[in-house]
Design a protein around this ligand. Structure first.
Ligand code: BGC
Length: 270
């Protein structure tokens, strides 16, 4: 039996948007679980290199690779660099995501396009490349039962409508069906595809929602479990979904949201 504290030993994982926030915690969590990690970043090379140094200091394997996930050539290069460093790829966490919030009448086409390009097209391009690589790798020498695992980083907003954020909610709703349709398509290849839908997690993307007492109090009304999420909450879910522990799990979304999707406003109403 494999070492339970290293469920991802011998796995190679590519994590996009891993220089900060949820991506960083996920990459670190996968590394702690034994995976060699490819820490993709867009602009924060320093954040990525710091993580790589920390992983190496703990005896792990990691490299940082700059690439824009919405650019086809960049994504191919990202996987090429992963393969030349570590010989194979077993796990993709398509995590990169941005918000460009605005009321509909004020939302620019540029802000619509950027969010769809990074959050949705980025997941498509990375998943497509991962599937190509997983299919080409020989079954012999695989560290996992599956031929590869893809995790898309979704959001509670794959199901919760979000006024003032139509670009973001549309990207995550799209990601929900990308994930399910792809899972259906590649199950025959032994490839698993799942999503993680975080709720409010304490990261730079939603700082405004937690960095004052008043904001946090308002936010907590939406979270039955009574606390904001931490990036590690998501990292633990990612390690599980990537590992053989989740070998029969495909085409689903794991909500990591403290109950945010449970319609908390109905607690005393309706
Ligand atoms: C968003 C955050 C938000 C959370 C819950 C996430 O997908 O990126 O800004 O706090 O959903 O609404």
């Amino acid at each position: 039996m494999s070492n339970p504290s290293q469920p991802l030993a011998k796995h190679v994982a590519v994590v996009t948007g891993a220089s900060s926030g949820i991506g960083l915690a996920v990459a670190e969590g996968l590394a702690t679980a034994g995976a060699a990690v490819v820490v993709n970043y867009h602009s924060d090379a320093e954040g990525a290199e710091e993580l790589v140094a920390r992983v190496r200091a703990h005896g792990g394997r990691a490299i940082a690779v700059g690439a824009n996930v919405s650019e086809e050539d960049d994504v191919v290069r990202l996987f090429d660099e992963a393969t030349s460093a570590f010989g194979r790829v077993d796990v993709l966490v398509a995590n990169s995501g941005v918000q460009k919030d605005a009321a509909i009448a004020d939302m620019s086409l540029a802000d619509w396009n950027t969010v769809i390009a990074v959050n949705l097209t980025g997941q498509f391009l990375c998943a497509r490349e991962a599937v190509r690589r997983f299919r080409a790798q020989p079954a012999e020498g695989r560290p996992a039962r599956s031929a590869g695992a893809i995790i898309t980083m979704s959001s509670v907003h794959e199901v919760i409508p979000w006024a003032g954020h139509v670009n973001y909610a549309a990207s995550k709703g799209g990601s929900r069906m990308l994930t399910r349709s792809l899972a259906q398509e590649v199950a025959v290849d032994g490839i698993r595809v799942n999503a993680i839908a975080p709720g409010a997690i304490r990261t730079p993307i939603n700082k405004e929602a937690w960095d004052s007492e008043a904001a946090l109090e308002k936010l907590l009304r939406l979270i039955p479990y009574g606390r904001i999420g931490e990036p590690d909450d998501v990292a633990r879910a990612a390690v599980w979904l990537a590992s053989d522990q989740a070998d029969y799990v495909t085409g689903t979304t794991l909500f990591v949201d403290g109950g945010m999707t449970l319609y908390p406003e109905f607690r005393d109403n309706g």
